[in-house]
Design a protein around this ligand. Structure first.
Ligand SMILES: *Cc1c(COP(=O)(O)O)cnc(C)c1O
Length: 400
C-alpha cells in the first residue's frame, strides 16, 4: 500500500475529526520519522510535545517491554510495585507532595476541576454546588463536555451543548481582569503558563506571579495546566518556574510517558490532594504498572539527558536563526525554549500551505489556528540538525 491507499482507507473508515497532513508514518527514532515511501522527515511537532524525549527512546522502550512481560494492569483494587516508586519520583522531581495518576490529559484536567470544587466546599466554605472556576480566553484543556464548556473556541464547543455550569472567562494575560472576576464563590483559576493550542501565546512577564499573589490574597487555588508546557518544553522543567511560581494544583501528561503510553497526573499538596476519599474518583487504567514503569523511565531520561537545559539553549539558538530569515509573510516569531510560534500575516493565506511546503521539504509542522506555525521538535535535537533544517524553512517561508 502506498500513501494514497492509507489515506483513502483511513478517510473511509475513520471519523474526520482531524485534518492531518497526508504523510503516513511507519517508523520513528529520535527527532526523525519515516513514511511508508521511505522518506525521512524532521519532526517539529513532537506529537504536541508528548515525545519530548525523542521517538522510541531506547530506555523508555526497554522499560515498556520489560514491564509488559511482568504485569500490565492490576486496577487500583490492588496495589502494584511500580505505582508507589513512580509517585515518589514524580513528587521528588516536581516539588509537590502528592500525585494522582490518570491516563489522558483531559482526564487529569477533569480530576483537577473536581479537586478544586471539593476544596471550595470543604476548605473555603463555598455553598454546595456554587463553586466557580475562572478560566481564560483562548484556553485549551482537552475535549470532554465539561472542559469544552469553558472553551472560547466556537469550533471546539458550539455543536456540543448543553454545557457544564460553574465557569467564568477572563482575558488571558490580564491579572487585573482575573482579580475583578473573583467572587466569594471562586474556588480556582485554571490556566496554561503559555498557551500552546492558541498559537504559542506568551503572557506578559510576571503574569503568573501576579496571578499567584491574587490567588493568595483571595484564597483561590492556582491550577496550572502544564500538559504541553511541562517537562522541559519551554526550557524549564515546568513553565511556571519562569515566573518563580508554584501552582497549588498542576496537571501534566503528554511527555510524562515520552509519548510511549498515555500517562497523566495531577500534582498537589497533601492538604489538597488529601480531600479525595476512597470511591470519590478513579480510573481503571490510571496508575497501572505498565504506565508507571514507562513514566519512571521517561522522567529519568528527562533528568539524565538534561532535556530542559537543552531546550533552553537550543530553543534560543533556533529562535535566533528563525528571526534572521527574511520573509514578507511573517508577522511575529516568539518562543520560550523549544516552544516556538511563527505567526504569519493575515494576508499570507493561512499557515496550512506553509506546513504543506515544509512537509514537501522534509519537515513536519502543523498549523495552529489559522496563522501560526509551531516549531516544537523533540528536546534531544542538536545544532547541526537545526542548521540542516534552516534552508528548507527559509524556502517555505518565502512561498509566493
Ligand atoms: C494536549 C493538551 C490537553 C489534553 O490532553 P489529552 O491527552 O489530549 O486529553 C490538555 N491541556 C493542554 C494544555 C494540552 O496541550
Amino acid at each position: 500500500m502506498n500513501t494514497q491507499d492509507f489515506v483513502s482507507i483511513e478517510d473511509q473508515y475513520g471519523a474526520h475529526n482531524y485534518k492531518p497532513l497526508d504523510v503516513v508514518i511507519a517508523k520513528a527514532y529520535g527527532v526523525w520519522v519515516e513514511d511508508v515511501e521511505g522518506k525521512r522527515y524532521l519532526d517539529c511537532l513532537s506529537a504536541y510535545s508528548a515525545v519530548n524525549q525523542g521517538h522510541c527512546h531506547p530506555k523508555i522502550i526497554q522499560a515498556l517491554v520489560e514491564q509488559a512481560s511482568k504485569v500490565t494492569l492490576t486496577s487500583r483494587a490492588f496495589r502494584n510495585d511500580q505505582l508507589g516508586p513512580f509517585l515518589k519520583e514524580l513528587c521528588d522531581l516536581s516539588g509537590y507532595e502528592m500525585a494522582l495518576p490518570m491516563n489522558t490529559g483531559a482526564e487529569a484536567v477533569e480530576t483537577a476541576l473536581k479537586l478544586a470544587r471539593k476544596w471550595g466546599y470543604e476548605v473555603k466554605g463555598i455553598p454546595r454546588h456554587k463553586a466557580e472556576i475562572v478560566t481564560v480566553a483562548g484556553n485549551f484543556h482537552g475535549r470532554t463536555i465539561s472542559i469544552i464548556s469553558f472553551s472560547t473556541e466556537p469550533g471546539y464547543r458550539d455543536p456540543f451543548g448543553p454545557f457544564t455550569p460553574g465557569f467564568v472567562t477572563v482575558p488571558y494575560g490580564d491579572a487585573a481582569a482575573f482579580e475583578a472576576a473573583i467572587t466569594p464563590n471562586t474556588a480556582a483559576i485554571s490556566l496554561e503558563p503559555i498557551q500552546g493550542e492558541a498559537g504559542v501565546i506568551i503572557p506578559p512577564p510576571g503574569y503568573m506571579k501576579r496571578v499567584r499573589e491574587i490567588c493568595d490574597r483571595h484564597n483561590v487555588l492556582l491550577m496550572a495546566d502544564e500538559i504541553q508546557t511541562g517537562l522541559g518544553r519551554t526550557g524549564k522543567l515546568f513553565a511556571c518556574e519562569h515566573d518563580g511560581v508554584q501552582a497549588d494544583v498542576m496537571v501534566i501528561g503528554k511527555a510524562l510517558s515520552g509519548g510511549v503510553y498515555p500517562v497523566s497526573a495531577v500534582m498537589s499538596s497533601a492538604a489538597i490532594m488529601g480531600l479525595f476519599k476512597p470511591g470519590e474518583h478513579g480510573s481503571t487504567f490510571g496508575g497501572n504498572p505498565l504506565a508507571c514503569a514507562v513514566a519512571r523511565a521517561a522522567l529519568r531520561v528527562m533528568v539524565d539527558e538534561k532535556l530542559a537545559q537543552n531546550s533552553a539553549a537550543l530553543g534560543e539558538y533556533f529562535l535566533e536563526r528563525l528571526v534572521e530569515i527574511p520573509s514578507r509573510h511573517v508577522k511575529e516569531i516568539r518562543g520560550k525554549g523549544l516552544f516556538i510560534g511563527v505567526e504569519l500575516k493575515p494576508e499570507a493565506g493561512g499557515a496550512r500551505r506553509f506546513c504543506e511546503a515544509l512537509k514537501e521539504r522534509g519537515i513536519l509542522c502543523k498549523e495552529t489556528h489559522e496563522n501560526v506555525i509551531r516549531f516544537a521538535p523533540p528536546l534531544i535535537i542538536d545544532r547541526p540538525t537545526i542548521d540542516g533544517a534552516l534552508p528548507a524553512i527559509r524556502e517555505a517561508l518565502n512561498l509566493k
